[in-house]
Design a protein around this ligand. Sequence first.
Ligand SMILES: [Zn+2]
Length: 286
Amino acid sequence: MPAISETILDFTSFHVGYCSGPLAMTQRGAPWRIGRFPAGIAVLRHPVRGTILFDTGYGKLFGEATAAFPERIYRWLTPVTFDADDSLPKQLQKRGIAQPDLVFLSHLHADHVSGLFDLHAIPPVITSRQAIEKLTATRLATLKAGCPALIRDKLQSLNLQAVESLPCVSLATYGLEAFGNGYDLLGDQSALVVELPGHGFGQTGLFLPATTQGAIFLVADAIWSLEALRQNRLPPDMTLRRLGDRNAFLEIFAKLRAFHLANPQVRIMASHCMEAYPLNSHGERG
Ligand SMILES: [Zn+2]
């Protein structure tokens, strides 16, 4: 295994479907017009550990899981555009990327996990212990937590590995000491799991010190856009109230902003950020 920082991960990112909703729900002062929010994912290729996915976007299962009530409400709130031609396996294939060897899920919201079930074979999947524990919630509670029952059941049938079982590492070397300790995903500190609580249950992100596109911090839904972080614009109260833990969200937002100001060279990628995952008017990559 290469020593710390010797590994340069090959980095690719794209979106797997998108949803639509009022921009004003994600950022104070934003207009009420309907915006599009890509379901962004990342593919990391490691010389020894193979292909690793960071989240999986939308998939066929989302349609099935939200066909009946009460789950159908999810579709009403955030109408989804997902074309089977742009499914996760098809997009991987188009880019010449092999079947993944590992899937890392930032959190278990349907727009991050549905695509997993379109893969021809499901590789080992890793996510946080808190996210795994919340899978025992009732049908309504799991829906409220962003994971319709059918998707919850499919996730439960997998042997999910907890991030906390990975070796613990100090994040101070990377200027991330405010986030506590991290976990070493691939055994050589080329991908560090960072806890980003507040949005959903047990959300985590990945800090990648060295990739083919420079240093990258995949922050999942800890922020909706980089613009919001730059301008220090929080989501409105009605959105904050619906999050897993409002205070934790605010704390993480402030820490990310401080990190961004101190480390502008690190590319911060939020899963639904148009800067990270540009869409043109047809919803295709711009
Ligand atoms: Zn989410």
